[in-house]
Design a protein around this ligand. Structure first.
Ligand SMILES: Nc1nc2c(ncn2[C@@H]2O[C@H](COP(=O)(O)OP(=O)(O)OP(=O)(O)O)[C@@H](O)[C@H]2O)c(=O)[nH]1
Length: 323
C-alpha cells in the first residue's frame, strides 16, 4: 500500500484530504451538537461517516479513479449542502473543496465539477447583502480555481516527465527494467489468475565484439534496429518488450504457454539471424502459479544461460519447478 501511495499522487491526495476532513469536521460536529445546531451537526456527522467509509474502501482497494471521483463528489456535495443551509459563513468551505478537486481529479473532471459548483451557487445570490459581494465571491473563486488548475496541470506534466525519465530507456525508447516490474505489478491479478503468460529473455550473442570491431555507435544502432524489429514482430496490445539490461531484452507474452513462447522465440531468432548482422539466444519461461516475478525471470535467465552454453543462437525452455 505504501508503494502504491508513493506512486499514485492522486490516491495519496484523496487519502490525505479525507483524513484531514474527518479530523477537522468531527470536532465541529460535536461543538454544533453541544450548541444545539442539530441540522448542521447531523450533516457534519454524515460527512465524517461518509468520508470514513470512502477512506476505508480506498485503503482496502488501493485504486484511485473510482475512489477519487466518489470522494470528490461527496465532499463537494457536502460543502454545497452546508452552504445552502447557512450561506454566509459556510461558503468559505467551497474554496478548499474547489482547490482539492484539482489535486484529486483529472484536470477536465476538476474544471467540470468546479463549473457545476459555481452554477449551483448562483441561486444563493439573494443571501448576500449586496449583489457585488456575490460577484466578488464568484470572481475570487474563479481566480483560485485558475491558479490551482495551472499549478496542478504543471505538477502533473512534470510528474509525467519524471515518470518517463525513470521508466523509458533513452537509447531504444522502450520500457526499462523498472517499467517491466511496474507493468507486471499492474497486471498482477490477470497474470496470477490465468497463469497463462510467458517471458522470453533474449541476449545478443558476442555483442562486445560489435562494439570492439565497429565502434560503440554501431553497437547502439544495432540495439535500436533490433528494438524496431522486435516491436514489429510482436502482437500489439498484448505483448510488451523491455530493455532488461545492456544487450538483454525481456519480452512479456500474454495468453501464451511454454510451447507458444518457444515458437515465438524461434521465429524471432530466425528473423534476427536473417535481417541483422547479429544472432541472439533465448530463454523462455511460462508463469508458474505462486512464484514471484524475480523467480519467474530467474528461470528464464537460467534457460538463457543454457542456450549460451549450448553454443548460442538457439532457444531453451525453462521447465516448471513444481508439478
Ligand atoms: N553500444 C552499446 N553497447 C552496450 C550497451 N550496453 C551494454 N553494452 C555492451 O554489451 C557488451 C556485453 O558484453 P558481454 O556481457 O561480454 O556479452 P557478449 O559479448 O554479448 O557475449 P555473450 O552474451 O556471451 O554472447 C559489453 O561490451 C557492453 O559494453 C549500450 O547501450 N550500447
Amino acid at each position: 500500500m505504501i508503494k502504491t501511495l508513493r506512486e499514485d499522487f492522486r490516491l495519496a491526495m484523496a487519502i490525505l484530504l479525507s483524513s484531514c476532513a474527518i479530523l477537522a469536521i468531527a470536532p465541529l460536529a460535536i461543538v454544533r451538537a453541544l450548541t444545539g445546531e442539530w441540522l448542521l451537526a447531523a450533516l457534519d456527522t454524515a460527512i465524517v461517516l461518509g468520508m470514513g467509509l470512502i477512506l476505508y474502501t480506498t485503503l482496502r482497494r488501493g485504486r484511485s479513479t473510482a475512489a477519487n471521483l466518489a470522494s470528490a463528489g461527496f465532499y463537494t456535495l457536502a460543502a454545497l449542502g452546508m452552504t445552502y443551509l447557512n450561506p454566509q459563513p459556510m461558503i468559505y468551505w467551497v474554496y478548499p473543496v474547489a482547490v482539492a478537486n484539482f489535486f484529486v481529479l483529472s484536470l477536465r473532471q476538476a474544471i467540470a465539477i468546479n463549473v457545476l459548483i459555481m452554477l449551483a451557487l448562483t441561486p444563493l445570490a439573494g443571501h448576500f447583502a449586496q449583489q457585488l459581494e456575490f460577484v466578488d465571491m464568484l470572481v475570487s473563486l474563479a481566480l483560485v480555481c485558475a491558479f490551482a488548475g495551472v499549478f496542478s496541470w504543471k505538477t502533473e506534466d512534470q510528474r509525467q516527465q519524471l515518470e518517463n525519465l525513470a521508466h523509458i530507456d533513452p537509447l531504444t525508447g522502450i520500457g526499462n527494467r523498472r517499467k517491466l516490474f511496474s507493468s507486471l505489478d499492474s497486471q498482477k491479478g490477470k497474470l496470477q489468475q490465468s497463469s497463462n503468460a510467458a517471458v522470453l529473455l533474449m541476449d545478443i550473442d558476442h555483442f562486445k565484439a560489435i562494439n570492439d570491431q565497429l565502434g560503440h555507435e554501431a553497437g547502439d544502432n544495432t540495439l535500436q534496429t533490433l528494438t524496431v524489429l522486435l516491436q514489429g514482430r510482436l502482437r500489439a496490445g498484448s505483448d510488451e518488450v523491455f530493455r532488461y539490461g545492456g544487450e538483454e531484452f525481456l519480452i512479456l507474452l500474454n495468453n501464451t504457454d511454454l510451447q507458444g513462447a518457444c515458437n515465438v522465440a524461434e521465429h524471432l531468432r530466425l528473423t534476427i539471424e536473417e535481417q541483422l548482422e547479429v544472432t541472439a539466444s533465448f530463454g523462455c519461461a511460462a508463469y508458474q502459479h505462486g512464484e514471484s516475478w524475480d523467480e519467474w525471470i530467474a528461470r528464464a535467465d537460467q534457460a538463457l544461460y543454457e542456450a549460451k552454453r549450448a553454443g548460442r543462437n538457439c532457444v531453451r525452455p525453462a521447465f516448471n519447478t513444481t508439478g
